[in-house]
Design a protein. Structure first.
Lengths: 397, 351
């Protein structure tokens, strides 16, 4: 049974919708710059990829109260775009799910309030929503979307939104749902910025994934969703789906809480599992959207695992030089980019790449490639806790 | 999809970590905040790890390991967990330090443990489980989603799924709950939370894990028949309809049910519906309550799952959990729990 992708929606540092993201990707413009929205002492020293709109502006666009978490605004904007794009007749008559991912819930709100709490644990500013209540954000948006048949949130660090898409596809295949809006969101927060900084894996310049001289990642924020539909729903659509979700796998590296194993065991298993499910061979993959964060550890483990599995490595690039690492949102955003790649026969380059890593025999794509045949795209996302997930998108026949 | 419960592990505010016991002694608390009775963690981790791990990381991981050992498994087929709030205490330590030093120098130790998937991945790390590893973090659907994930995995030809849930009461959450007047006023007694005139919940926490499998073993506790969640029901009537259709979908009906585990918590407003159902819909069933033992928290249904497992295997209902005794033996058990807009049903059958 096939699971089709009927719609997509995205917001990131390089655009507030799919069209803007696509234009910026083609223009090779980065979203990484000085921090201007998040109030942090690192505004001038640690570049990041922020959505260039204030909370008030975002809230106005999505119709939520401006006192709600920024993560919810991002989620709402991208999820609504995906649903509008799918344009499903009688949306309400189907069994519909909203499977969203995020890693720090309402953290951007709480880290402001927490200061008052530390001064006075009985302050009126306390909010009922816990900073780690990832589901709070999902329910705010589900209520707006009018989805109630199946709602849940996945939080497996940086692989979260791949797992959200896979879980959605599995519910459709098991005939429990007909439509699933799946993906993820995360807003910038001082918590994550300081956390990654304490691990010394943030680049003080715009990041250079897969480069021999890479210095770390840049954080980003955003949201990306796809509308997954069953064959039955797909048959009712005026706009024929261009893409299917043909494979996915979730594996665990079981090596270290925050580091990947040197041989990329989990990464290898995730890619292999996704290939097996899709029934494709390594030669069928036209493009890999790399996890490619720009950290020494990730790019090495991922690169070695790719070489081991593919031998002859297909065209590959990380789009994080455009968007930064958006954590729980990254696989949702990169799913949208992968689909754009298939729909437009285009491959986005790995910006700023200069020198091949000495351990690897392949380099990422460095120039925009247009008018190429892209039938199958693999997208990787790997996270803390050894969580490794890969997904494959295929051109629908 | 029906699965055998072949191993269990539970760490809670009661002495539940020893599977050879079943609520032999019930712990009474004179506070509105219940915390876990710790197991002997040296049986699971080396001294260095114990020092580094936060409280929830210890009891969450240990509960998973107890379930695995109970099932006689070294490595599960996959791991799926639920946690509403992840690891708030250790995360707030990080948040506190970064606020106090105004983002200058912070240690990564607590940040590393702050992601919601920390416990699930720590279990994978300890038992070298390289397969599927998921963490759902959605309020009162967190454990329920992990159960659905486990059922799908078995449909997809995996077996021996370690499924569980864990949560803790953080100081911040406790302060926030006090502020919203959700909590039972002190002094109070957990064992009287349903009977006292007072209003409000007792905050709780815990971790419970289970090995779910296709085949029965000598250690099998019973059958987990299925589950269902529903969001924001508009009336008691709608809840009734969900319960009845859930039973029908699982080829059962109300008359087959012997025991109902109710999510009654001591909060008058939400309990009104539960009491109505217990009186009118479940009039012939023995009604069992559990939140006086573990407190109220968003993944408390995992404690109820543990309770159902123990009742099925022992074929006993401890006096300490009986709310209404209609002298039924625990063969077919229905759980109905809710947390705000998240409603959950589970069905169990003794072997």
């Amino acid at each position: 049974m096939k699971v089709f992708i009927a719609g997509k929606g995205v917001i990131s540092a390089i655009g507030n919708n799919v069209a803007e993201n696509f234009a910026t990707l083609r223009n090779l413009q980065t979203g990484v710059s000085q921090i201007t929205v998040l109030p942090t002492r690192y505004a001038e020293t640690l570049p990041a990829a922020e959505v260039k709109l204030s909370n008030e502006e975002l809230a106005q666009r999505c119709g939520l109260n401006s006192s709600e978490p920024r993560t919810a605004f991002l989620s709402s904007i991208a999820a609504k775009e995906a649903i509008a794009d799918a344009n499903i007749p009688d949306f309400k008559k189907w069994r519909t799910g909203f499977i969203s991912a995020n890693t720090v819930g309402a953290m951007d709100k709480t880290e402001t309030i927490y200061k008052y709490y530390l001064e006075d644990d009985n302050t009126d500013k306390l909010i009922e929503e816990d900073p780690y209540d990832a589901g709070y954000v999902t329910e705010l948006v589900a209520n707006q979307l009018g989805i109630k048949d199946h709602i849940t949130t996945i939080s497996t660090a940086c692989s979260s939104s791949t797992n959200a898409m896979a879980y959605g596809a599995r519910l459709i295949k098991a005939n429990q749902l007909d439509i699933v809006v799946a993906g993820g969101c995360d807003a910038m927060s001082k918590f994550t910025l300081n956390g990654f900084n304490s691990l010394m894996i943030l680049d003080t310049n715009p990041c250079t994934p897969y480069d021999e001289n890479r210095k770390g990642l840049n954080l980003g924020e955003g949201a990306g969703y796809v509308v997954l539909v069953s064959e039955k729903v797909a048959a009712t659509l005026a706009k024929k789906p261009t893409t299917t979700l043909s494979g996915y796998a979730n594996a665990n590296d079981a090596f270290h809480q925050t580091a990947s194993s040197p041989e990329g065991k989990g990464n290898f298993m995730a890619m292999q599992g996704a290939l097996e499910m899709s029934g494709l061979s390594t030669k069928d993959i036209d493009y890999i959207n790399l996890h490619g964060t720009g950290t020494s550890n990730n790019d090495l483990s991922e690169g070695i695992a790719i070489q081991r599995i593919f031998g002859d490595v297909p065209r590959a690039s990380s789009t994080k030089p455009y968007t930064g690492h958006t954590l729980g949102a990254c696989a949702g955003i990169e799913a949208v980019y992968s689909i754009l790649s298939i729909e437009n026969g285009i491959i986005f380059p790995n910006l700023r790449f200069q020198t091949r890593m000495k351990e690897l025999e392949f380099s990422p794509v460095t120039e925009l490639l247009e008018n190429v045949e892209v039938n199958h795209v693999m997208s990787n996302s790997f996270g803390f806790g050894g969580n490794c997930s890969s997904v494959i998108f295929s051109k629908a026949n | 999809m029906a699965l055998y419960i072949n191993g269990i592990g539970c760490i809670s505010p009661q002495r539940t970590f020893d599977n050879s016991e079943f609520l032999a002694e019930v712990k009474e608390y004179a506070t509105n905040r219940l915390t876990c009775v710790d197991a002997d963690y040296t049986k699971f981790f080396d001294a260095g790890s114990i020092r580094r791990m936060g409280r929830l990381m210890k009891y969450g991981t240990a509960a998973g390991m107890i379930a695995l050992r109970d099932a006689g498994l070294d490595v599960p087929g996959a791991i799926s967990t639920g946690t509403a709030l992840g690891l708030p205490e250790v995360s707030q330590k990080f948040l506190k330090s970064l606020i106090e030093v105004d983002e200058t120098i912070v240690s990564p130790t607590t940040f590393i443990q702050s992601t919601h998937n920390t416990v699930s991945s720590n279990i994978a790390l300890l038992c070298k489980c390289f397969s599927h590893n998921n963490t759902f973090s959605h309020k009162g659907f967190s454990f329920e989603s992990a159960l659905t994930d486990a059922q799908l995995l078995v449909l997809e030809n995996m077996d021996n799924i370690l499924v569980g849930a864990y949560d803790e009461v953080s100081d911040y959450k406790y302060a926030a709950m006090k502020k919203t007047k959700e909590l039972r006023g002190e002094p109070c007694n957990n064992l009287d939370v349903y009977r006292e005139k007072g209003n409000g919940i007792i905050a709780g926490e815990g971790a419970a894990f289970f090995v779910l499998a296709k085949e029965k073993t000598e250690n099998t506790y019973g059958i987990f028949v299925g589950n269902k969640t529903f969001y924001k029901p508009e009336s008691t009537e709608e809840i009734r309809n969900h319960i009845l259709s859930f039973l029908k979908e699982n080829n059962s009906s109300l008359k087959d049910i012997d025991v109902v585990i109710t999510g009654i918590s001591g909060a008058k407003e939400t309990d009104a519906t539960r009491i109505d159902l217990n009186k009118n819909l479940f009039a012939a069933q023995t009604i069992v309550a559990y939140k006086h033992l573990c407190g109220e928290y968003m993944t408390s249904s995992a404690f109820a799952f543990w309770l159902a497992s123990k009742m099925m295997k022992s074929q006993q209902i401890p006096d300490a959990v009986i709310l209404e005794n209609r002298n039924r033996s625990p063969k077919n058990i229905l759980l109905y729990n809710s947390h705000k807009h998240n409603h959950s049903l589970m069905l169990f059958k003794a072997c």
